[in-house]
Ligand binder design. Sequence first.
Ligand SMILES: Nc1ncnc2c1ncn2[C@@H]1O[C@H](COP(=O)(O)OP(=O)(O)O)[C@@H](O)[C@H]1O
Ligand SMILES: [Mg+2]
Length: 337
Amino acid sequence: MASHRKPLDDLRETVGRLSDQLPRPGLRGVDDSLATRPGPARPLAAVQAELDGLIGLESVKEQVQALVAFLQVQARRKAHGLPEVATSQHLVFLGNPGTGKTTVARLLAEMYRAVGLLQKGHLVEVDRAALVGQYVGETAIKTDRVIRRALDGVLFIDEAYSLAPEVDGRLDFGPEAVEVLLKRMEDHRHRLVVIVAGYPRLMESFLLSNPGLRSRFAREISFPDYSTDELEEIFAIILAQHEYALEPGAEETLRRILGGLRHGEESGNARFARTLFEQALNRQALRLTRDADRSVEALDWADVTTLTADDVAEAARALGEEPAPEPEPSRWRRWFG
Ligand SMILES: Nc1ncnc2c1ncn2[C@@H]1O[C@H](COP(=O)(O)OP(=O)(O)O)[C@@H](O)[C@H]1O
Ligand SMILES: [Mg+2]
């Protein structure tokens, strides 16, 4: 049968696909390789186990579980040829930076794939810069391109509130990106899940900025700040993963640093734990290599795996966090008395 397509159309499509694979500014590139070559799907139970293994986030885990249960039943209904319930799959993730939003989004994308609702289940994470252009017409092209990359997976828009119209009415193409997004979400209902994420305070006004947004993003999942205990556990996990350990007593310094963090929008949350760990490695390296009495070759297993209280305290200072003052004597007495 003769094809109705012109060779030029094919060429254009191929070039479009190829150029989609090139790295672009604004695209965070999370799992971008999967956008073109998805690996084998992990079974749902494996992805769920990874989610369960995350520290804290109990309410998030519960909500994701409820969502996945719903998706499983919907997938079965689809298999039976039953009509889909006209419900929105798109999600709002509310939470401060470093509270695990991207981590959970990536797992959720895999879950969508595992239950058969998305073919690839990759995560394309973008921010405003990837969607919005500076010139008339540029925004629609950029947004379209991002959406094409995300098809059959999850599009995660971080700090989505930055797409809301400017309060002072300045010309801005953010709202145009939202218009394109809403249109494509409808066009590709079965091939795209969109998650918009950001500070709780700012996301509300974003959702109200366009009447189409509220109805399409019906489900909201809130990511609370981590407690000091949870941050300690996260730090311990990071240490163990990389085969490091704190010297005896250094836990107390760590606890004072993590306990002194301001909660809320300014605190780094779990990301702070990771950055603190990385900074502590730098301090450890300087301490070990500056030791005039010993050459680097002489460092033993314990030397290279141990982080001292000072390593952690100096790392915190480098990050602008002074460890909180020594605890009350009564607490010391409780431990050592
Ligand atoms: N509950 C958790 N358990 C262990 N590590 C976590 C947890 N939440 C976040 N992290 C780690 O903290 C860092 C920031 O998490 P991320 O998902 O990027 O936060 P967000 O997207 O909300 O800014 C990542 O390195 C992640 O691995
Ligand atoms: Mg993130």
